[in-house]
Design a protein around this ligand. Structure first.
Ligand SMILES: C[S@@+](CC[C@H](N)C(=O)[O-])C[C@H]1O[C@@H](n2cnc3c(N)ncnc32)[C@H](O)[C@@H]1O
Length: 242
């Protein structure tokens, strides 16, 4: 049974106050890099896995998508997505991605932002996504980078100059990792970078782009606190093609 942490009141309140929850895609540091990976969405039937508040779903419609199907396990996230979306071509459903069931060959593009590191059966999800996409379709997703997911707890220590040190802990031991972030006992599924890529290849996807995101000089000047992204990548961006 998948954990539904976003429906916990303290977690939801904390997440709702985050920059990306208040400002949407423009409030997400990695968004310009994600956007650069997207194909032309005109006329596309899009599926958004772990759609949250529906920011990407609405963006896809604004880019000319034919329809968007957004799925998320959290009732609270879906409730706000529905409240914020006024478009009959966007459908939201409360669903657990651990048991993803999509109609075969029904979508031309798949997207997921920061949701798939919660999924234990990643291979099952990827196989299901491969069946649901038409040949040639792109699948662009982000997850927490496994280097970010695998530090000891608490996540960092500090050196003599006050710089954070991010120690890796059993990087090669895959499986559930529990952290306290916004709420106690948040469970994420740690996978090595190679496992994620090989799972996609084994399912029949061609890898088009892999990015271990870090800010460019301008982004760093504008957001000095992003400097810790140079110490350890937090976001992993992957684009594959069916
Ligand atoms: C970090 S939020 C990202 C939301 C949205 N994709 C965005 O970027 O704004 C992660 C989302 O994944 C959803 N999620 C986590 N586990 C899930 C599961 N097993 N099935 C469906 N959704 C899940 C959460 O409820 C949450 O809305």
């Amino acid at each position: 049974m998948a954990q539904n942490i976003y429906d916990r009141p303290e977690f939801f309140a904390g997440y709702s106050g985050m920059r990306r929850s208040v400002h949407g895609l423009d409030g997400a540091a990695e968004w310009p890099a994600v956007r650069a990976l997207l194909p032309d969405l005109t006329g596309k039937r899009v599926v958004d896995l772990g759609c949250g508040f529906g920011w990407f779903s609405r963006f896809a419609m604004a880019q000319g998508a034919a329809s968007v199907f957004g799925l998320d396990i959290s009732e609270k996230m879906i409730a706000r997505a529905r409240a914020d979306t006024d478009d009959a071509a966007v459908t939201y459903e409360i669903a657990d991605l651990e048991h993803l069931k999509l109609a075969e060959a029904s979508y031309d593009f798949a997207h997921s932002s920061l949701a798939l590191h919660y999924i234990e059966d990643f291979a099952g999800l990827v196989a299901s996504m491969h069946r649901a996409l038409l040949p040639g379709s792109h699948f662009v997703f982000t997850i927490e980078h496994p280097i970010f997911m695998a530090p000891t707890h608490p996540a960092w220590s500090t050196d003599a100059e006050g710089r954070r040190i991010w120690p890796l802990d059993r990087y090669s031991v895959e499986g559930a990792r529990t952290t306290d972030w916004l709420a106690k006992g948040v469970v994420k599924q740690h996978r090595k970078l190679g496992t994620t890529l090989n799972t996609l290849i084994a399912a029949g996807f061609a890898i088009r782009h892999v990015e271990e995101w870090s800010p460019n000089d301008r982004e760093l000047r504008d957001n000095p606190d992003w400097a810790e992204e140079l110490d350890r990548p937090m976001f992993l961006l992957i684009a594959v093609q069916r």
